[in-house]
Design a protein around this ligand. Structure first.
Ligand code: G4P
Length: 525
C-alpha cells in the first residue's frame, strides 16, 4: 500500500486559455507512451464562436469526459493528469478539480506573461499551498525579457520563483535551454515532434565548448545570466516547493516538444505523492488502512435517455474496492459500486481497486453531489472544495406550467453537477441561477430542454454578488434576514445568502451590520 501511494502523482495543468495547456498535455502523454502521435488529444476548450451550435457543446462535453483524467507511467511513477476546462465561464469546475490534485503545472505564454485567469487559478492554489511548477511556453516566438517575466511571476502570483532551466534567446533566434542543475545544454530543433534526445553536456560553463555550440555572443550572455540567477535566487529546495512557497520554472515550446522532457523528468523527481487531506473531524493520511474519498466533479451522461451520471471520486486514503459497501456520509447510507472505472485517456476500464491519488469514475443515479464523502464508516466530510460567488444572476421562469416539476428537477440536477449555482427565495418561491459566465446560461437552457423537456426564460437580475451570511447569535442573523428579506436567498445546502445589488450597497450593509459576517466564498460541506 505504501508503495502504491508513493508511486502516484496526481496533478492538473492550468493556464489562461491559449497559453498551451492542451499542447503540453499532449506532449506529456506522448512521453508517457499513451498516445503515438501529435494531435490525438482534443482540446477541451469550449469555443465561444461555436456555442450557438449545441451539437458542438455536446461534442465538447463528450471530449471533456473522455479527457477528464489521463493516466500514464513515467520514470516508475503513475501519473494522473486531471484536466480542467479552459474557458473562463467554467472556472468553477477548475477550482473544484484543484481540490483533488496534489500539485499543478502552470503554463505561461512567454509573450503574455501573467494573465487574468492565471492569477485567479493561482489564488486557489495559494489557498491550499498547492505546489506549483511553472512552464514558460512559446519560446519559439518573441516574448518578454526573461528576468522581467520572473519578476512579474513573483509579484503577481505571490510566490517565489526559481528557474531550473534558462532560455538562450527566443523567437527566431531561440537556440535552446540550459539546464542549471544537470549543467547540460538542450539545443532547439524547430518542428520536432518525435521524442528524441539532443542534449550536450557542458560541465563547465567557462569552457570554449559553449562558444562552439551557441556562438560567442550567446555564450557570453548565458554566462552573465547564470551568474545573475545564482546571485539573485536562492538555491532550489524541494521542501520549499512542496510547501507551496517556491515555484521552479522551466522554459520551452510545447508545440515543438521542446523543454517538455526536462519538465517531466524533474516533475517525477520532485512532485509530491498523495498528500493528507483536511476533513471536518481531522486530517486524513493517505496511508491509513481504511478507505476514504470525495466527489469533486459530476458529469451527466451524454445520452439523454439515460439519466445516470458519472461522479469523479478522488481516493484520499486506504483502498477503494469494487462492490464493497461504503458509507455515503451525507445520507448515512451504504453504497456499493459494481462498475467503477478508471479513465485511461479516451477509454474507460472497469477496475477492482484504486489507491490514494487515483480518480475513480462512479455511475450515479442522482444520489451523489459534489463534495460528498465516502468512507468505511467514519462520519467525516472532506473540506476545502470552494464555491465562489457567481458573477451573473438570472431568474429562472418556467414557460410551460405543465412541466414545472421537470424544470425544478432539471435545474437541481444541473446545479448538482456544478454547471451553475441555484438560490431559492422563500418569497414567491423564486429560483435564481448564478453563473460565472453567460455561456453557462446557454448550456442550462439547452440542457433543460433536451434532457428534461422543460422550457424556461432567464430574466436578468442586477445583483452584484452573493454573500454567504453568518452570525454568532442566531437572533442577529434572523433579524437581519427578516429586515432584508427581498435580498435573502438560500443556496442548495440551505445556507442563507445576501444578494447584494452593488459594491457600494454591499459595503454600506457590511458597515451597518457588524454582527453579521459576509463571505464571498463558501465551502461545499
Ligand atoms: P490552451 O489549451 O491553453 O488553450 O492552449 P493550446 O494548447 O490549445 O494552444 C493554444 C495555441 O497556441 C494553439 O494554436 C497552439 O498550437 C499554440 N501553441 C502551443 N504551444 C506553442 C508553442 O510552444 N509555440 C507556438 N508558437 N505556439 C504554441 P492555435 O492556432 O490556436 O491552434 P491550432 O490550430 O494550432 O490547434
Amino acid at each position: 500500500m505504501h508503495q502504491e501511494i508513493e508511486k502516484r502523482r496526481t496533478f492538473a495543468i492550468i493556464s489562461h486559455p491559449d497559453a498551451g495547456k492542451t499542447t503540453l498535455t499532449e506532449k506529456l502523454l506522448l512521453f508517457g507512451g499513451r498516445i503515438r502521435e501529435a494531435g490525438a488529444v482534443k482540446s477541451n476548450k469550449i469555443d465561444r464562436a461555436a456555442t450557438s451550435d449545441f451539437l458542438e457543446i455536446e461534442k465538447q462535453r463528450g471530449i471533456s469526459v473522455a479527457t477528464s483524467v489521463m493516466t500514464f507511467e513515467y520514470g516508475g511513477k503513475l501519473i494522473n493528469i486531471l484536466d480542467t476546462p479552459g474557458h473562463k465561464d467554467f472556472a468553477e469546475d477548475t477550482y473544484r478539480t484543484l481540490s483533488a490534485v496534489d500539485s499543478v503545472i502552470l503554463v505561461i505564454d512567454s509573450a503574455k506573461g501573467v494573465e487574468e485567469q492565471t492569477k485567479r487559478l493561482m489564488e486557489v492554489c495559494r489557498m491550499r499551498d498547492t505546489p506549483v511548477i511553472v512552464f514558460v511556453n512559446k519560446l519559439d516566438r518573441d516574448g518578454r525579457p526573461t528576468f522581467e517575466l520572473m519578476d512579474e511571476l513573483e509579484e503577481m502570483l505571490d510566490i517565489r520563483v526559481r528557474p531550473l532551466t534558462w532560455p538562450i534567446n527566443m523567437g527566431q533566434r531561440f537556440k535552446g535551454v540550459y539546464n542549471l542543475y544537470e549543467q547540460n545544454l538542450y539545443l532547439f530543433n524547430p518542428g520536432k515532434t518525435v521524442v528524441e534526445d539532443e542534449r550536450r553536456l557542458i560541465a563547465d560553463l567557462a569552457s570554449d565548448d559553449l562558444e562552439q555550440e551557441i556562438g560567442e555572443t550567446d555564450a557570453g550572455q548565458l554566462r552573465d545570466d547564470v551568474d545573475l540567477i545564482e546571485g539573485v535566487y536562492e538555491e532550489f529546495s524541494v521542501d520549499e516547493y512542496r510547501a507551496g512557497r517556491t515555484a521552479p520554472v522551466f522554459f520551452g515550446s510545447a508545440l515543438n516538444n521542446f523543454g517538455v522532457r526536462e519538465l517531466l523528468e524533474t516533475f517525477v523527481q520532485i512532485s509530491p505523492p498523495p498528500a493528507p487531506r483536511p476533513s471536518t473531524l481531522r486530517e486524513v493520511q493517505p496511508d491509513e488502512a481504511t478507505f476514504s474519498g470525495f466527489v469533486f466533479k459530476i458529469h451527466a451522461n451524454l445520452d439523454p435517455r439515460h439519466r445516470d451520471r458519472i461522479a469523479f471520486l478522488r481516493v484520499c486514503s486506504g483502498r477503494f474496492e469494487r462492490s464493497k459497501a461504503f458509507l455515503h456520509v451525507r445520507s448515512n447510507k451504504q453504497m456499493r459500486f459494481s462498475t467503477p472505472y478508471s479513465f485511461m485517456a479516451q477509454k474507460k476500464e472497469i477496475i477492482d481497486e484504486a489507491f490514494p491519488g487515483d480518480v475513480v469514475g462512479l455511475y450515479d443515479r442522482g444520489d451523489l453531489k459534489i463534495g460528498d464523502t465516502l468512507t468505511e464508516g467514519e462520519q467525516l466530510t472532506f473540506t476545502g472544495i470552494p464555491v465562489f460567488s457567481p458573477a451573473i444572476f438570472k431568474e429562472l421562469i418556467n414557460t410551460d406550467p405543465m412541466r414545472d416539476k421537470q424544470l425544478r428537477k432539471g435545474i437541481k440536477q444541473l446545479t448538482e453537477e456544478g454547471v451553475a449555482q441555484l438560490f431559492t427565495q422563500r418569497i414567491g418561491n423564486r429560483l435564481i441561477v448564478g453563473t460565472v459566465g453567460d455561456l453557462q446560461f446557454e448550456v442550462i437552457q439547452h440542457r433543460l430542454n433536451a434532457e428534461y423537456g422543460a422550457s424556461c426564460r432567464l430574466k436578468p437580475l442586477s445583483y452584484y454578488k452573493a454573500c454567504w451570511i453568518t452570525a454568532d447569535a442566531k437572533k442577529d442573523l434572523d433579524d437581519f434576514m427578516q429586515y432584508r428579506e427581498p435580498q435573502i436567498a438560500w443556496d442548495k445546502d440551505d445556507q442563507p445568502v445576501y444578494l447584494a445589488e452593488s459594491q457600494w450597497m454591499l459595503q454600506s450593509i457590511i458597515d451597518d451590520n457588524p454582527k453579521i459576517s459576509f463571505r464571498f466564498s463558501s465551502e461545499v460541506a
